[in-house]
Each structure stands twice: as C-alpha cells, then as structure tokens.
Design a protein around this ligand. Structure first.
Ligand code: SAM
Length: 455
C-alpha cells in the first residue's frame, strides 16, 4: 500500500524530544483544545470514547490476531481512531497526549504561530487548472527553517492488517474508525477535493456510535456490510496517508491538513514526525513567498528522474515539478549528479576502510558541491558528518570540529536536535556519539567502523 515517506537520509541523531510546558501561557489554539485525557469523563471504556470494535484473523500466519478500533474523540482537533492490536493500542496510550506545540515549537515560535492576533500562515486551496486537486498555499512570507504548520493524526492503521484480514473487513473497519471521529467529514471530504467542515457526526453516515456496538472480542470476521463499504476511506488512505511508526508498529497515518500538501521533487518544505508518530509538523527548507504553493517530497530526496517517475506512479500522477520539467540535457546532467552523490557514500567508506583518507576527504568535498548544485542541502548533514570523521581519522581535529559544527548546525536547523534549550551545545563527541556507527577513532580503517547506522 503506497504511503508518503519522510524525505531525509541524514544521520539522525535525536528526534525532537523536548517537552516545554508552554501551552498554559498561550491563547490555546483549536489544535489543542481537546487534549487526550486518560480519565475520559464520558466513557465507560476509558481511555477510549467508544467500545473497541474488534475483529480476529482467521488467516495463517496471523491466526487469532485481534485488531480493534480504538477511538478517542477528544484527542486532537478531529478525534483519533487507531486500528491496532490491543497490546499496541495500550502502548500507544502513553504517547497520545504528545502535543505538537510542545514537541515542535519553542514558546516564542508557538506565540508567533498561534498567539493573539496571529493568522494561519497557510491555507488549503483548490489548485484549479494545475490538475492537482487541492493544495496548500502560504498566506504570508515564511522564513527558511520556520515551523509553520502542525497537525495531529485522525486515523492510524497497522501496516500488517492487510495480511491478517480480508480487504472488505479492513475497509469496513476504516469506515467505522472514521465514523467514530468527532469530525468524520474532515476525512471524508478529502476524496471530494475539498473539506467543507464536518462537525459532530458530519459526513453522510452519521456518527456511528450506536451503529457498530462492537464489543471487545466480537470476532466479527467479515461481518455484514456491503462489499463497497469503506471504499471511500480506503481510497483516501491510499493517496493521503503517511507511513509512520506508532507505538513501535509500522502504520499508515492520516493527517487531515498536512495530507493536502502536494509533491515537488525539490520541495520548499519537509515533514517532521513527533516521537509518538501521531503529531506532525511542516518546516520550510527555504524562504517561501506569500501565495507560493507549499510542497514536500513524497520520495527520498536526491533520486534520479526515472526512479522518481516510477515511484510517483503509486500516487497516480505524472510529475510536472520544476525538476521533472527540465529540458532533456539538463535533466540528464541532474540525474548524473544524483547518481554520483548516491555512489559517493560507498566509495568514501571503501577509501576510508582501506586507509586512503585524503582521497576519501576529496571525494566527500566533491559530493558537497554536487549536493549544492542539486539544491538538496539537507543531504549535506551526511557529508559534513563524514568529513568530521575523516578529518579526525587524519588527525586534523581543527578541521573535524569545523565540519562537525556544520553538521550540528544543519541538523539543528532541520529540527533533528529538538527545540530551544533541549538542542544542547555542539561538541564533536556528542555529534560522533550520536552518529554511532561511523568510525574515526584515529586508528586507521578497519572492522566496518565507517558503516553508518541508518534510521
Ligand atoms: C497527499 S494528496 C495531496 C492533496 C491532494 N491534491 C488533494 O486534493 O487532497 C496526493 C495526491 O495529490 C495529487 N498530487 C500531489 N502532488 C502532485 C503533483 N505534483 N502534480 C499533480 N498531482 C499531484 C495526486 O493526485 C496525489 O495522488
């Protein structure tokens, strides 16, 4: 099942993790008016607002695995439905109160975005003749590295459910999961190219609270329902969901606002997930002008055009972004640079492992120029970290510090070091310790120490 992927290939040190108690000081935005409450006051199924609706697998090798719909109507702006195995949902409850405000913004940033008199820096608009359906545009100038959009998941579904349950059962569960949200219309409206505002029980199927009445363990099999039941929700998840990890489970996750952002191969923005995987932020890669479309890459940054075209087929459109529309000779040159960047990592590691540190350094510098030419500067975090390691290996600690600092600074700008005070000061040891698998202990290349740990 295709889903959007995050775009960074960087050596991720630590994800945003700070929890700043800043919400009390703010004019709390709608986004946070309904925080998850472990003691759900209205529900006999606390922390859930509905009885879990469960279905058990009759298939090998997932025989007897139970998947249930767990809904908290009061989480986030629209409510949240999880379709997970019960033990995973239980683990997920520990994280559901992760407010995107706390995770992604300092107090000053939150005040700017949501404080008194502030207006949303983005809006969902019909992209008209461009043939992209809806999209998101900036309503004011957005600064490079500004975090300007937050969203909370409305629907999370375990990736492995398709192996355990028949498609019509999965579809029915999606339909019920959406129906149980406080604002089902916010999801259902995504298929019509516009969300008109749902409200309680919005959409065309009512609220559904009494509809399913699913008791835990009802073992409902494929249960009733027309065959086309849930096709709308299935289609929406197919084109709009992000791949993410929730409670250590691979999942498809729907973020109603952020899912409106269209693709560009060299986008102006990128996504960040919260540690819990149920909140998301959009950050600018560069300055964005008022009226400009917000774009993210659905694919890994830096891949050549043929690969991009193949992978984008999953979303059912032909890419016409600036990079895909280059004249043939320029596109070929771009592809060549991208292939060279991709190959450089293995070559640098091979050179380092065989003790050719100067050559490895020269190649890493060359890669930084190619990355700059391709305007995919987030990939520089890898090269700068490599250079820090290589210079350290060479015994040039001063240069190692220079490149280590560049890597640290870029990782911070890209949001990988948390926010505000939680970012901490740069030290080479901290950087290299965070990278883990990269070597550079000054003892020559051996034992695979140059291999990096990828997230
Ligand atoms: C995640 S949704 C984005 C929001 C969507 N445009 C809408 O109306 O809700 C992905 C879908 O948007 C469209 N899309 C996204 N980026 C596009 C692009 N660069 N060119 C054309 N269509 C695009 C495709 O139909 C794709 O399946």
């Amino acid at each position: 099942m295709p889903s959007l992927t995050t775009t960074t290939t960087t050596l991720i040190l630590v994800a945003a993790s700070s929890v700043l108690a800043n919400t009390a000081l703010l004019n709390i935005p709608t986004l946070l008016q309904h925080p998850y409450s472990p003691q759900h006051p209205l529900s006999a199924h606390a922390p859930w607002s509905h009885p879990p609706h469960c279905t058990t697998s009759h298939r090998l090798p997932s025989l007897n695995q139970k998947f249930c719909i767990f809904t908290s109507k009061t989480t986030g702006p629209h409510g949240l439905s999880l379709i997970l195995q019960p033990q995973d949902a239980a683990r997920a409850t520990e994280h559901l109160d992760d407010s995107p405000l706390d995770t992604f913004l300092t107090q000053a940033q939150a005040e700017k975005l949501f404080g008194h008199g502030s207006e949303s820096p983005w809006q969902v608009v019909d992209m008209g003749k461009e043939g992209k359906g809806m999209g998101v545009k900036a309503t004011r100038r957005i600064k490079k590295y500004e975090t300007f959009m937050l969203d909370q998941a409305a629907l999370v579904i375990a990736e492995n459910i398709d192996e355990a349950l028949p498609p019509q059962t999965v579809r029915k569960m999606m339909r019920i999961a959406v129906e149980r949200l406080r604002v089902p219309g916010v999801v259902r409206g995504m298929s019509k190219g516009g969300y008109e505002g749902g409200g309680e029980g919005g959409g065309d199927r009512g609220d559904g609270e009494g509809d399913v009445g699913g008791k835990d363990g009802d073992g409902g099999g494929d249960g009733g329902g027309k065959d086309d039941e849930g096709r709308l929700e299935e289609a929406i998840m197919k084109t709009n969901a992000f791949g993410s990890t929730v409670a250590d489970v691979s999942a498809r996750t729907l973020f109603p606002d952020i899912s409106r952002i269209n693709h560009a191969c060299n986008p102006n923005s990128f996504v960040m997930f919260s540690r819990a995987g149920v909140s998301m932020a959009i950050k600018a890669y560069r300055d964005i002008e008022e009226g400009e479309e917000i774009s993210i890459s659905y694919l890994l940054l830096g891949i050549p055009s043929a690969q991009r075209a193949t992978q984008l087929q999953r979303w059912g459109f032909t890419c016409t972004c600036a990079l895909c529309s280059l004249p043939a000779p320029e596109k070929q040159a771009s592809d060549l640079r991208r292939v060279m960047i991709a190959q450089s990592e293995e070559k640098i590691i091979a050179l380092a492992e065989s003790g050719n540190i100067d050559e490895a350094i020269a190649l890493a510098h060359e890669a930084t120029h190619l990355i700059a030419d391709e305007q995919i500067h987030p990939m520089l975090t890898d090269e700068y970290s490599m250079l820090a390691m290589l210079y350290l290996e060479k015994g040039d600690r001063a240069q190692a510090e220079v490149y280590g600092r560049k890597a640290w600074s870029l990782l911070g700008d890209l949001g990988f070091l948390g926010t505000g005070d939680s970012m901490g000061e740069f030290t080479l040891d901290r950087l290299l310790g965070g990278i883990g698998g990269l070597g550079g202990d000054g003892e020559g290349g051996s034992g695979g120490k140059w291999r990096r740990r990828r997230e």
